[in-house]
Design a protein around this ligand. Structure first.
Ligand code: ZN
Length: 280
């Protein structure tokens, strides 16, 4: 949890938020129910999530955790709306991609990207969304929520041996071997991302820029360097923006005992977006 504060502090320190952050209000129940069952949303909002579900999530669902989930989700909705307005935006949280329709899982309470995609669709702002999920773990919750939904394409590139053991079926899944490294990883991204964009023809893109493929990550196995993450994010941004599409990013996973180091690593997406804006 402490990485979030470290990320925000780092972004301020390096001057990326001279006018302050856009701050969301908590996601209302009506938004959350676009991607989750009414029973689960009620459970989180009223502190009555069953013990077994809390175990799947890995956290006790206290009022604070519920509030955090609603704020992170609203942050991704806000990033989506800002991306539609300005071309690009990034949340400083979000990417809770293991949460599925009927419950959370794997440290994920609400599937913020799924909620955001559905809110923007319901508001008539977009029709077709591509979700590019490059967190080291499969976006299994997202894949399950949008299974059979032809208006949303899910692309997940992840470590084959990472959580979850039982993988879901995204529209495109690319499982990678341990220690894939920068070159092999970037070759995969450079093929898969343009193919998805041109094949699906979305009108906006959500991007889970999880930094857990990094070699120092406690949970990841793909052995990417700092530069590998920079090159990955740059490629995704350029692929999306050069096609004139709005891009909303979320930070996804990143794990380690050094919270400051993880927070700084998460700032990669915000820094690369800023560089892209300056250069493009
Ligand atoms: Zn992850």
């Amino acid at each position: 949890m402490r990485k979030f504060g470290a990320l925000a502090e780092h972004l301020r320190q390096v001057g990326l938020v001279p006018n302050g952050f856009h701050e969301p209000r908590e996601a209302p129940e009506g938004w959350l129910r676009l991607a989750h069952s009414a029973a689960y949303v009620d459970g989180v909002n009223h502190g009555s999530v069953p013990r077994g579900v809390e175990k799947d999530i890995g956290l006790p669902i206290t009022p604070e955790v519920g509030r955090r989930g609603r704020l992170a989700t609203a942050g991704t909705v806000l990033a989506g709306k800002l991306a539609l307005e300005h071309g690009m935006a990034a949340n400083t949280a979000g990417g809770s991609h293991h949460a599925r329709y009927e419950q959370g899982a794997g440290f994920c309470v609400f599937n913020d990207v799924a909620v955001a995609a559905r809110v923007l669709q319901a508001d008539g702002l977009i029709k077709r969304t591509l979700i590019i999920d490059l967190d080291v773990h499969q976006g299994d919750g997202t894949a399950r929520i949008f299974e059979g939904d032809e208006s949303v394409m899910t692309l997940s590139v992840h470590g084959a041996r990472n959580y979850p053991d039982a993988k879901a079926a995204s529209d495109v899944d690319i499982p990678l071997d341990d220690d894939t490294g920068d070159t092999g990883y970037l070759n995969v991204i450079r093929a898969a991302v343009p193919r998805a964009l041109d094949g699906f023809n979305p009108d906006m893109v959500f991007y889970n820029a999880g930094v857990d493929p990094h070699h120092q990550d406690k949970l990841g196995r793909l052995a990417l360097s700092d530069q590998g993450l920079i090159d990955r994010d740059w490629f995704v941004i350029d692929a999306v923006r050069s096609r004139g599409l709005p891009l909303a990013a979320v930070i996804g996973g990143g794990y380690g005992a050094d919270h400051d180091a993880v927070g700084v690593r998460h700032a990669t997406i915000h820094k690369v977006m800023t560089h892209y804006l300056v250069e493009a």
